[in-house]
Design a protein. Structure first.
Length: 181
């Protein structure tokens, strides 16, 4: 009968601090090579450069940092998953405190609260004639270009049904604006 002894895994050749993700050129969509990102580090969900700055629509906005072709995924908005009761309570509190709500319902039971997120797409403002669409896919909030988007252009999405229930004035300024959110 063979003798059993503990097997110690070999020590890694580099420390986690030395492992760097491979650069990804957002326009090409090239993904990092397998093994270039340390375990436990989520991949960057942003596919194109997005900047945050003052918006003519409302407060801060998300802006294309480079040209974005139509029908391409721009990126995602991440955050804390909360149940709908908690999401409603947080939205009411945020509206009273700052007037800014960074919340997206992903189902009848759950929402993503992006208040503490660093993802720039959380600043995407509403427009009645948006240049991107928000899609919920497998519990993730993703944004896709509806048309070609120029560098520097503000990134907007149609919010759809909101907790404002038509009480908030729409400020998008688009021709044919629905007037309320």
């Amino acid at each position: 009968m063979p003798t059993l002894r503990p097997v110690t895994p070999p020590a890694p050749s580099t420390s986690p601090a030395e492992v760097r993700p491979a650069p990804v050129h957002p326009a090409s969509g090239d993904a990092p090579q397998p093994g270039t990102v340390s375990r436990g580090q989520p991949a960057d969900p942003q596919k194109f450069k997005v900047m945050v700055g003052p918006s003519a629509i409302d407060g801060q906005g998300a802006f294309a940092g480079e040209p974005i072709p139509a029908r391409r995924k721009i990126g995602e908005m991440r955050g804390e998953f909360v149940d709908m009761a908690e999401a409603r309570a947080r939205a009411r509190a945020a509206e009273k405190a700052s007037g800014r709500i960074f919340m997206v319902a992903i189902s009848d039971k759950r929402a993503v609260d992006a208040t503490a997120s660093t993802d720039p797409l959380r600043f995407a403002n509403h427009s009645c004639q948006p240049n991107m669409v928000l899609k919920v896919q497998q519990g993730r909030v993703a944004f896709y270009a509806l048309r070609d988007i120029d560098a520097g252009e503000e990134l907007t999405a149609r919010y759809g049904e909101t907790h404002h229930a038509g009480r908030l004035t729409c400020r998008c300024g688009a021709p044919g604006c629905q007037g309320r959110l």
